[in-house]
Design a protein around this ligand. Structure first.
Ligand code: COA
Length: 332
């Protein structure tokens, strides 16, 4: 096992990692599209300015068996851990976890978190390592070949009078960043979002950095905004990212309708408009994924109506670094 730097790694090592990702997805999450080499180095190497990612690879001679990384963000080390299907149950995952936990400890990070895809061996692995499940979301998938585009175009227009829907390819326009950040900040009122390992950007400075980071990682942002015409306020927004690494699958990130503007059909219209625009701007797209907090009723109804289907649980596991290390020491 060795620490591995995606910035300096030879292209063949990146290609081996993409192949490993694809073997893992084919085994564990076969409904997900394969990864490509496009911007893959940038995807791993670039982080937000105040964050750092540290990576390891496990090898047998020239063969890549596994990969781990921690992203040091806020007060938590966010782990990613992958072992090639034919190399599992031989302690490779445990060895990579030990390296990651030791480093998190050395960097004075007290807790470690990981997102685990439901119905894969990873849940058993992290439970065996003493992690606790802190939060569960449902991933929903919309197969674009099943969409009734005529109906969707109608939904996109169905907003209460006094609102305007705007599409912005490339992210929110500079002059609306403050307003956009203010609308996103209202999500903080929902305690479910506090637990997520994908922190949102709540001020315009952070939002600007976050958009620059997305673009540098090969993740193309799109937004649709609902503008309250009388005040000019951002009443709602929805965000989608199309990754260069798997351009047939879009990620629908946050969708927010500010509380005082709820009940005017904005959530549905925002998402419907986004889909109709993506159909033109990203014609290679096959499906869109989005995540809902379990119990997020209003958004679940919107997703149902648009044709999103619940697909798998996404489970966030957490542990104290000291507990992980104690358990690993006791087992060795
Ligand atoms: C999770 C993962 C990294 C585990 O790697 P691994 O090398 O097989 O793990 P280990 O051999 O060190 O397993 C350690 C213990 O975890 C538990 N465990 C691991 N896989 C298990 C499974 N399929 N079923 C039940 N328990 C399991 C066992 O207790 C195992 O000990 P044992 O083999 O002595 O019984 C691997 O399954 C994987 O790559 N999964 C897909 C990627 C992923 O989802 N990663 C997590 C999110 S980033």
């Amino acid at each position: 096992m060795r620490e591995w730097d995606p910035v300096a790694a030879p292209t063949e090592e990146l290609a081996a990692l993409v192949r490993t990702f694809n073997l893992i997805f084919a085994a564990d999450v076969p409904e997900d599209p394969p990864w490509r080499m496009d911007s893959f180095r940038e995807y791993l190497a670039v982080t937000m300015p105040e964050e750092r990612r540290i990576c390891w690879v496990a090898e047998d001679g020239d063969e890549l068996l596994g990969y781990a990384s921690i992203l040091l963000v806020g007060d938590i080390a966010v782990l990613e851990l992958l072992v090639r299907p034919d190399a599992r149950r031989a302690g490779v995952g445990t060895a990579l976890l030990a390296a990651a936990a030791r480093r998190a400890d050395a960097e004075a990070y007290g807790s470690i978190g990981v997102e685990v895809v439901g119905d894969t061996p990873a849940a058993d692995f992290f439970e065996a390592q003493g992690f606790r499940c802190a939060f569960v979301e449902m991933r929903n998938l919309l197969d674009l070949s099943t969409v009734n585009w005529e109906q969707l175009t109608g939904l996109a227009k169905g907003v209460g009078s006094g609102y305007r829907i705007e599409y912005h390819h490339g992210g929110p326009p500079e002059e609306l960043l403050d307003e956009y950040a203010r609308a996103k900040a209202t999500m903080r009122l929902n305690p479910a979002y506090e637990l997520e390992l994908r922190p949102s950007s709540y001020d315009s400075e952070r939002l600007r950095a976050s958009l620059a980071t997305l673009r540098a990682r090969g993740l193309k942002p799109y937004v649709v905004l609902a503008i309250h015409e009388q005040s000019g306020a951002v009443a709602g927004l929805t965000e989608v990212v199309v990754p260069a690494q798997r351009p047939t699958r879009a990620d629908q990130y946050d969708t927010v309708v500010v509380r005082t503007h709820r009940g005017y059909g904005l959530g549905r219209a925002l998402k419907a408009r986004m889909l109709t625009e993506l159909r033109t701007d990203e014609p290679q797209l096959e499906d869109v994924q989005t995540w809902n907090a379990v119990g997020g009723e209003a958004m679940r109804r919107v997703n149902d109506e648009l044709g999103f289907k619940p697909n798998r649980e996404w489970r966030e596991y957490e542990a104290d670094v000291s507990d992980v290390l104690r358990r690993l020491d006791a087992a060795s």
